[in-house]
Design a binder for this molecule. Structure first.
Ligand SMILES: Cc1ncc(COP(=O)(O)O)c(C=O)c1O
Length: 359
């Protein structure tokens, strides 16, 4: 793999990964750390692999600033499995509040409804999901066990930039985990599929407060019970060994730079795109200004007929993955941690030229 023949990748997920990490994986495939065994060909209970799991979990603790008494799980099933596992373990027929900021949060609420009274306390449907709510726009339900929200809405390109209210907070952090500094203690459950900011699909990161572990329903099937996975150190059954190795290496890449550096770079990348989009009527950003996502920048072209033209010409020019989600249309550039600043600069240049010739 050389940088030269990779094109600019703005995929919403699975998304671009740091090339240095992809190369580390290539080296580990036939022979991991001089063991003579390939990464995918060794026991998950070997000392070598156990050290990788420990390392990945430690890095997640640091990157998310989790308190020492929190637990980290590395499971399979994606964020979608957590839509049900959260409710199965915590809800137990009770009430929970769900903030509907788009397709993914709605799916989370639908799954939770199977296990209790999942109440949508605010919905962005009426405003086309162009913004997320402030705390004064909704109230916690009486007796709500937890409040669920999606920190970054991958499809619409909106993001929460302030903490939300609620006694116990559950957050789907799939599309902005480890992209900015957070206070892990503010959450009781964090979950995220790895395939945007942290690695390949097939491994799901979950952080649980002592309250969440304690509440975990003992009557659930083993594979669905948080507490069991905590007791077994995410090794109740065979984990995704390849995914966990990859996750550990991506986290090492993040830690070697420092969260502040990663966060500042993400801010610069987003600023570069939004500055262009705000610069003329030719472009129409979708998200309301104060709710803009630093990870997924979504916009329309005033003349919507030009959108497919842009997508096609962009691909020909070496920019992949900028077609908006089918439910929203338009254009979307996903610029997760590993999307290089050079890719964003190149895209901005391409968009300027497109505007100059078509505007
Ligand atoms: C915010 C959010 N939540 C959940 C999901 C679903 O994740 P998974 O495919 O890991 O189940 C996605 C996928 O894009 C997402 O962006």
């Amino acid at each position: 793999v050389s940088q030269q023949n990779r094109i600019h990748n703005f995929s919403a997920g699975p998304a671009v990964l740091p090339l240095s990490v992809v190369e580390e994986l290539r080296e580990a495939l036939p022979n991991l750390e001089g063991t003579g065994l390939g990464l995918m060909e060794m026991s998950h209970r070997s000392k070598t692999f156990e050290a990788i799991v420990d390392s990945a979990m430690g890095r997640i603790r640091r990157v998310l600033s989790l308190p020492d008494d929190y637990e980290v799980l590395l499971l399979q099933g994606g964020a979608s499995m957590q839509f049900c596992m959260v409710a199965m373990n915590l809800l137990q027929g009770g009430v929970a509040d769900y903030i509907d900021t788009g397709a993914w949060s709605k799916k989370a609420a639908v799954e939770a409804q199977r296990f209790g009274d999942a109440r949508v306390v605010w919905s962005g449907a009426d405003v086309g999901y162009k913004r997320v709510p402030t705390n004064d726009e909704w109230t916690c339900s009486e007796g709500a066990i937890y409040t669920h929200f999606t920190s970054n809405n991958t499809i619409y390109g909106t993001q929460f930039h302030k903490p939300i209210q609620g006694e116990h907070i559950v957050c789907d952090m799939s599309s902005d985990i480890a992209s900015r500094r957070i206070d892990g203690s503010a959450y009781d459950v964090i979950y995220a599929g790895a395939q945007k900011n942290l690695g390949p699909s097939g491994v799901t990161v979950i952080a649980l407060s002592p309250w969440a572990v304690e509440r975990s329903d003992p009557n659930l099937p083993s594979m669905l019970r948080y507490r069991l996975h905590v007791e077994k150190g995410s090794m109740f059954n065979t984990p995704n060994t390849l995914g966990i190795f990859f996750l550990d290496r991506v986290l090492a890449w993040i830690e070697s730079q420092g969260m502040d550096v990663v966060e500042a770079r993400n801010q610069r990348k987003a600023d570069a795109l939004y500055t262009l989009l705000d610069g003329s009527e030719f472009w129409q950003p979708i998200a309301q200004r104060d709710c803009r996502s630093l990870m997924n920048v979504s916009w329309r072209i005033a003349d919507t007929a030009l959108e497919p033209v842009l997508v096609q010409e962009a691909l020909a020019a070496g920019f992949s993955g900028i077609k908006g989600h089918r439910s929203v249309g338009g254009i979307r550039a996903s610029i997760y941690n590993a999307c290089p600043e050079e890719s964003v600069a190149a895209l901005v240049g391409f968009l300027k030229e497109f505007e100059r010739t078509r505007g």
